[in-house]
Design a protein around this ligand. Structure first.
Ligand code: SAH
Ligand code: SF4
Ligand code: F3S
Length: 483
């Protein structure tokens, strides 16, 4: 899954944007910290909603919290390690300050590590898996009353939190995540997600559409539709089934001024129907995150990705034919079990063929109980993994710079998100193709769509000059006339 704003949600980065502080009212205050992917960020918004409903307050000040909840990620060993270090720190604070603090672990580490966290390491008072957030108020109560750890890591075949209105406590008020499904049935051999999040299930269409309509009413300008594999979205009601392309089309009709992105799309079922929806609907961004994982067919087979290198490249070609100018990002794993030097070279050559605008690149990290952990040996030495990863990163950086250089002189419609990192005098926004642009703010406002001419670039950012305010509809018409 790709990043939104500054949160590199694919990676194990922490979202330290905190809920707004509340007046002290004697109510129990909760501090939420989120690690991992966009799904976890979205889940924390569900947790915030469930807790608020039950009278808890949210705080951005850790020091005033009665309850600290860490929403965890288990995707790679270092993601888990980060959380354990953090939990150790919090546990020490709790002991030393002799504070009556309740410490809870939520999310993807909950199921796997519950025994360790509770018994061996005695780190936490609460362990709650991703499908048990409705049970949080009861569990918090139980932990407080009994002084014993409270646990619910049950995974569900139905839970989609369809009726829960997420509390978007860390949002910029412009971009929001909308979760459309949970879990994953794909069982890629390296991946722990099917174990941590359970079976795939889709959320009812009507609740998705009403959430999007509410976001539009609240002034949001962009939604990212979320699922581990959005292409498998399937919801049947009253004899009719809605698939992902159909759902996306319906979402795009909610407002012509709402930009729509989605993540993640599995290459095995990215259909032509979906590509045509991209083409037909101007407010669906001309951008797909399409994780390839590897460039060699034999490795892809061992990864259980169910497509070949040739099929993936054919999909890229088809997408470029149907949607000219479409931009791609990807995920790549270096040093998977048994990867030879020649197979690694295949990843590099695939990257040269596709020329991704952006990539998330990882060293393979063995995850307990996965098919790869059970059947294959994690036999690529650490220094070789590291060197191969560095080669992939260096190549990608070059591609990103070249791709950005080609943008110089072009004009893009940018959604203004807010001040740039470096200067309050400049704004940051994104193009339709998900490229970050910085330009002088003049009298533009966050939330405006602005036509920006690109004057210069680095490998990560475009630098431009704002030309005029516009709307998505106006921009689409101009494009049609030019075409
Ligand atoms: N559902 C998404 C991916 C979610 S996990 C998809 O299928 O594309 C995000 C990324 O983490 C994966 O795409 C993969 O590149 C990486 N990843 C997953 N398991 C990993 C592991 N064991 N070691 C290294 N990287 C891993
Ligand atoms: Fe993991 Fe594969 Fe599912 Fe993605 S599609 S979450 S990589 S099992
Ligand atoms: Fe996401 Fe990490 Fe879980 S990537 S699905 S939070 S294991």
């Amino acid at each position: 899954m790709q990043p939104i704003q500054d949160i590199d949600i694919l990676d194990e980065d922490v979202d330290r944007a905190k809920p707004l502080a509340r007046e002290a009212t004697g109510q129990q205050m909760v501090y939420l910290e989120t690690y991992g992917c966009q799904m976890n960020v979205s889940d924390s918004e569900i947790v915030a909603s469930v807790l608020e409903e039950h009278g808890y307050g949210l705080t951005r000040d850790e020091a005033e919290a009665d309850v600290v909840l860490i929403n965890t990620c288990a995707i790679r060993e270092n993601a888990e390690q980060k959380v354990r270090t953090r939990l150790g720190m919090l546990r020490a604070q709790k002991r030393d300050a002799k504070r009556d603090l309740t410490l809870g672990v939520l999310g993807c580490m909950a199921e796997r590590l519950r025994e360790k966290l509770l018994e061996q390491e005695k780190l936490v008072d609460l362990v709650v898996g991703p499908d048990a957030y409705r049970d949080l108020p009861r569990l918090l109560h139980e932990a407080n009353e009994s002084g014993q750890a409270a646990v619910n890591v049950q995974l569900s075949k139905e839970e989609t939190y369809a009726d829960v209105s997420p509390v978007r406590y860390a949002s910029n008020g412009l971009s929001a995540f909308v979760s459309i499904m949970r879990g994953c049935d794909n069982m890629c051999s390296f991946c722990v997600v099917p174990f941590t999040r359970g079976r795939e299930r889709s959320r009812p269409v009507t609740t998705i559409l009403s959430e999007v309509a509410q976001l539009v009413e609240d002034g949001y300008k962009e939604v990212t539709v979320l699922g581990q594999n959005v292409n498998s979205y399937h919801f049947a009601q009253d004899g009719t089934a809605v698939s992902f392309p159909e759902l996306l089309h319906r979402i795009s009709l909610v407002s012509p001024e709402l930009r729509i992105r989605y993540s993640t799309s599995h290459p095995k079922d990215c259909s032509d129907e979906l590509l045509h929806v991209h083409r037909e609907r101007p407010n669906i961004c001309n951008y797909i995150h399409l994780p390839v994982q590897h460039g060699n067919t034999e490795v892809l087979q061992r990864m259980r990705r169910t497509y070949t290198r040739k099929e993936y490249l054919a999909l890229i070609e088809r997408a470029r034919r149907i949607c000219p100018g479409i931009s791609f990002s990807t995920d790549i794993i270096a040093g998977f079990c048994g990867e030879t030097e020649a197979q690694h070279e295949d990843t590099l050559s695939l990257m040269k063929e596709v020329r991704y605008d952006h990539a998330y690149m990882f060293k393979y990290s063995e995850r307990p109980n996965t098919y790869a952990a059970r059947k294959y040996e994690d036999d690529v030495p650490e220094e070789v993994k590291q060197r191969r990863l560095e080669e992939i990163i260096t190549l990608q950086r070059g591609h990103a710079l070249e791709s950005n250089k080609q943008e110089v002189g072009r004009t893009h419609v940018v959604l203004v998100e807010g001040p740039s990192k470096k200067s309050d005098e400049q704004f940051f926004g994104r193009t339709d193709t998900n490229k970050g642009v910085v330009f002088d703010r003049e009298d533009y406002q966050a939330g405006d769509y602005v036509r920006v001419r690109i004057d210069d670039c680095t490998s990560s950012t475009l630098l431009g000059t704002a030309l005029e305010r516009t709307t998505l509809q106006e921009a689409a018409q101009t494009e049609t006339i030019v075409a």
